[in-house]
Ligand binder design. Structure first.
Ligand code: 4AD
Ligand code: MG
Length: 480
């Protein structure tokens, strides 16, 4: 006998066929003579209805079947008369794999808060919402590899343990096997890392970019897609200590080609989600609308989830210099009325998420790509513009999110890069290998990093980044 998953069964038309299905009970309802079980196995957001006729199955068998129980059902596929489904299964055999005592099982068929579900992350996959998010997350992983593969990019695995701070931001998690209570010391009293596992200081990577650049300077078009770790203590709805980043790196490409690539990638992913995950996106879209109703008027999103997605697909992203953005922000209402938490006084200010979202949601009402930032607020590797003040950075800002992509054209000139590293106290001896690529066959090249969970915030309409990764890692939280 053929074994089908629920998604396959819902598409069958072979009425009368005897089939088997396995899954978890979503709900059970019924009367004296018959019970209806909604069964789900995670293959789709939709359930298969199981009809249990007590003339065929002993009614007492279902006494222990409640939401969350796992079952194996064999029965006949029937055309359904119910209005929410096309087929149902009339059970001839019901096998209980595992019960779920309703007095103890936390995931009952009612509305749970997202906070409650985070505390039950081991079971939240069982909800419709986290089933949908998990499937969309999978689809987005697949879409990203598909996109780059079609374009002839080579995927490279960059190291997770590194000896360098790629962003120069110093927000790293140390990796060590030294005993914390009695670490070996050098003669002048500092910790002797030569005794450590790798014979030097190491940490978890904050970005695969620097190594991706090495590969791009031979394979021309590469990308990494891996876990990234940042020990920044920002307990926000957009930051994780462990997140996934997509980082393409392209030789012979300038900032404009970089922007084109990023815009195309984002549109590809959004389109892919709408086309390949339509059931889940429909579900998330109605959830999003319900969420909005509970918010105060001024915090409500003007567009629904699918409307937002279409909006991104249909519009060219606005491309604008940092300098122009500062002018817009300086003269904006919230700045003049001191509504921003950080008032923009003038050129040089670092943009906060409130400013990014103002540009996208209020001013342009379109995704925005900002370029040519002051070199002081950006990383050492960005290509310096001729004005001596700005670098060829690009950040992509999205509605509801703020920065979703950060990237740049890279400084390919050996002397300029070396000088900038000196100015920014980036240890040149440790980074000798990075500098050597500018000594041997250097070429103009560009790349960017897309925060994978931020992309997921956009396509799922979720408001908190902790809900788009199965097991979030945030300050003071590493349960599960
Ligand atoms: O802007 P960032 O720091 O850029 C880099 O790391 C570059 N090396 C990328 C490159 O050019 N190859 O990070 C890139 C993106 C951000 O735009 C944001 O979407 C995401 O990574 N991101 C985070 N996502 C979740 N939690 C955090 N703590 C994040 N920090 C950055
Ligand atoms: Mg950034």
């Amino acid at each position: 006998m053929e074994k089908y998953n629920v998604k396959q069964i819902l598409a069958l038309e072979s009425y009368g066929e005897t089939i088997t299905v396995e899954g978890w009970v979503k709900t059970k309802r019924g009367s004296k003579n018959v019970a209806f079980i909604a069964l789900n196995d995670g293959s789709t957001i939709n359930n298969i209805q199981i009809v249990v006729d007590f003339e065929i199955i002993d009614a007492s068998l279902l006494d222990d079947v409640h939401t969350g129980a796992s079952l194996k059902i064999t029965g006949e596929l029937l055309k359904s008369e119910g209005k929410n489904q096309t087929v149902e299964i009339k059970a001839s055999e019901v096998i209980i794999y595992g019960k779920a005592n309703p007095d103890e099982f936390p995931i009952q068929p009612k509305r749970h808060t997202l906070e409650f579900l985070r505390e039950h992350a081991h079971l939240r996959f069982r909800t419709n919402l986290f089933g949908a998010i998990t499937r969309v997350r999978h689809a987005m992983i697949f879409a990203i590899h598909d996109f780059f593969n079609q374009k002839g990019f080579c995927n490279v695995h960059t190291p997770i343990i590194t000896g360098s701070d790629a962003e120069g931001a110093g927000e790293m998690f140390r990796v060590t096997t030294l005993p914390l209570d009695i670490p070996p010391k050098t003669e002048n009293g500092t910790i002797d890392f030569s005794e450590d596992f790798f014979g030097k200081e190491t940490n978890l990577t904050v970005s695969g970019q620097l190594e991706a650049e090495l590969a791009a300077l031979a394979l021309s078009k590469v990308y990494t897609f891996g876990p990234t770790f940042r020990a920044e203590n920002s307990n926000t709805s957009r930051h994780l200590a462990e997140f996934w980043m997509v980082e393409p790196e392209v030789a012979f490409a300038d900032i404009n080609e970089n922007m084109d690539l990023a815009e195309e990638l984002l549109k590809y992913c959004v389109k892919y989600a709408m086309e390949k995950c339509s059931d889940d996106i429909d579900f998330l879209d109605s959830r999003f609308s319900n969420e909005q109703k509970g918010k105060p008027q001024n915090e409500r999103s003007e567009l629904g989830l699918k409307e937002q997605m279409n909006f991104v697909l249909e519009n060219d992203f606005v491309r604008l210099s940092y300098t122009d953005a500062i002018e817009i922000l300086r003269n904006s209402k919230p700045n003049k009325k001191k509504k921003f938490n950080y008032i923009i006084e003038g050129w040089g200010a670092d943009l906060q998420s409130e400013h990014e979202r103002y540009l996208v949601e209020k001013h342009f009402k379109k995704p925005v790509i900002l370029i040519d930032y002051p070199k002081e607020i950006k990383s050492f590797y960005m290509k310096q513009n001729d004005d001596g003040k700005t670098v060829r950075a690009m950040d992509i800002l999205f509605p509801g999110i703020g920065e979703i992509v950060g990237g740049s054209q890279r400084e390919e000139n050996y002397e300029k890069l070396k000088t900038r590293m000196g100015e920014m106290n980036i240890p040149q001896e440790e980074m000798w290998w990075y500098l050597e690529t500018r000594k041997f066959g250097t070429v103009p090249h560009s790349g960017f990093g897309l925060g994978f969970e931020r992309l997921l915030l956009f396509v799922t309409g979720m408001g908190n980044i902790r809900d788009v990764i199965p097991f979030p890692r945030t300050p003071k939280n590493a349960e599960f």
